[in-house]
Write a protein that binds this ligand. Structure first.
Ligand SMILES: Cc1ncc(COP(=O)(O)O)c(C=O)c1O
Length: 430
């Protein structure tokens, strides 16, 4: 990811940035040099009192916006009642949230939930679940995927080599197959054929299907460039998994919780995984992730074979329940689909003749504008920030502007943000 220049800093921010650099490991790079004091909806306020329009939602996390009053109230109430039990005792919040999540996944038989804290933990958990249940070692992931920073997540991540550099040897028995690109192949049929052909070749030459426990896929490629695959490809994965007894796992850490216009991208594509992973948006900013799967699978993951101290803690679950309530009561999921389609049309219409604009794509409020290269995208990102708008990048060379706002963003705020992005892209092309 690119970082912005010091031009956005002002007195208090500069002081905090200096202390940050002294106190914190430099390993965790930040995308901007903003120092944020508070947030409300789609606005961030920095320590100097300046307001920023946030098209990033903390990388797809604050689904209901910053500090939605109902989420904050639920957290406050729960914090006053019970913060933590771990495996010492049961609590009612995780039961209620699991029941609500199960109801969102009618494509799974008797769904149950294993809660953890993050997306990467969900990935590591599902690797263990799949190996334990199938008795097979192999895992298939896809070129360009991002699945998190643990050793398991890193082993499946190929969105950028820097995420893997220096960490070899990573997990063995991992195969990386192609993710389809309609842009590169010219049509959905050609992209599907090329990607499935690559997978079949892997089955033939490297990882025999009988040795594969799971195929783990982002149904919309996130960090890898906001690439929407053809339905036929996802269906092709489903068919192969059925044929060979492999678990199909959708990593919906980024695409889930309404972001693509349906609660899960799986629903929108009409392709059912065996296991669905979630995190990010589910608790509007508190750490919560999980594995959602049919009860028949969990029945074969015996008590004590996996666990967590903090996963599914009462406060995060309260935030999760409030998040689901807000999504439902404010009709945010279908709205994300409609807003996203309109935003895509606007961006396409206003950018298609701008030099260097390669593609406008996405699904729901997961929108990407592919530019000629990372330099052009970094310049557009910087100009948007100059204009008070926080926008991210993604893609193998950070060449894609990534627009992933809160699902609560108002029509006017989205118009303002898209206007800034269009102006920034035009200026960066000039
Ligand atoms: C698709 C996907 N999977 C997994 C992860 C890892 O999640 P976390 O950072 O919560 O560990 C991410 C994070 O960006 C992601 O986008």
């Amino acid at each position: 990811m690119s970082s912005t220049t010091a031009a956005h800093t002002s007195p208090r921010s500069v002081e905090w940035l200096d202390r940050d650099a002294e106190a914190l490991a430099p390993t965790l790079s930040r995308i901007t040099d903003l120092v944020i004091a508070s947030g409300e909806g789609s606005r961030l306020v920095d320590v100097d009192g300046r307001r920023w329009l946030d098209l990033s939602s903390g990388i797809g996390v604050t689904a209901t916006g910053h500090c939605h009053p109902r989420v904050v109230a639920a957290i406050r109430e729960q914090a006053g009642a019970l913060l933590h039990t771990s495996v010492v005792a049961h609590h009612t919040l995780s039961v209620r949230l699991a029941e609500r999540l199960a109801a969102t996944a009618p494509f799974l038989a008797d769904p149950q939930v294993f809660f953890c804290n993050t997306g990467a933990e969900a990935i590591d958990g599902v690797i263990k679940l799949a190996r334990r249940v199938t008795g097979r070692p192999g895992i298939v992931a896809f070129r360009g995927a991002f699945h998190g920073r643990t050793i398991g997540g890193t082993s499946l991540t190929t969105s950028k080599a820097k995420y893997r550099l220096g960490y070899e040897p990573l997990l063995p028995s991992v195969g990386i197959a192609p993710y389809p690109s309609v842009l590169r192949h010219g049509s959905e049929a050609a992209a599907t054929a090329a990607a499935l052909g690559g997978l079949d070749e892997m089955f033939h030459a490297q990882l025999p299907p009988a040795s594969i426990a799971a195929v783990i896929v982002e149904p919309v490629l996130g960090e890898g460039g906001y690439v929407v695959p053809p339905v036929a490809w996802l269906q092709g994965l489903r068919d192969r998994c059925d044929e060979h007894g492999i678990l199909l796992v959708f990593d919906e850490v980024q695409s889930g919780v309404g972001r693509t216009g349906t609660m899960w991208a799986a629903e929108g594509f009409g392709v059912a995984p065996d296991v669905l992973l979630f995190a990010k948006g589910i608790a509007s900013g508190l750490p919560l992730g999980g594995i959602l799967a049919g009860g028949n699978l969990f029945a074969r993951w015996s008590p004590g074979s996996h666990g967590t101290t903090f996963g599914g803690n009462p406060v995060s679950c309260a935030a999760g329940l409030a998040t689901l309530d807000v999504l439902a009561d404010e009709c945010l999921v279908p709205r994300a689909g409609a807003l996203g389609a309109a935003a895509r049309a606007t961006l396409s219409a206003q950018l298609h003749t701008v030099p260097g604009v390669v593609d406008v794509r996405g699904r729901g409020l997961m929108l990407g504008v592919e530019l000629a290269d990372g330099l052009q995208a970094a310049e557009a990102q910087r100009r948007a920030l100059d204009d008070g708008v926080v926008v991210l990048t993604c893609g193998p060379h950070d060449e894609v502007l990534r627009i992933v706002p809160a699902l609560t963003i108002t029509d006017a705020e989205l118009d303002e943000g898209l206007g800034a992005v269009v102006a920034a892209v035009r200026a960066a092309a000039a």
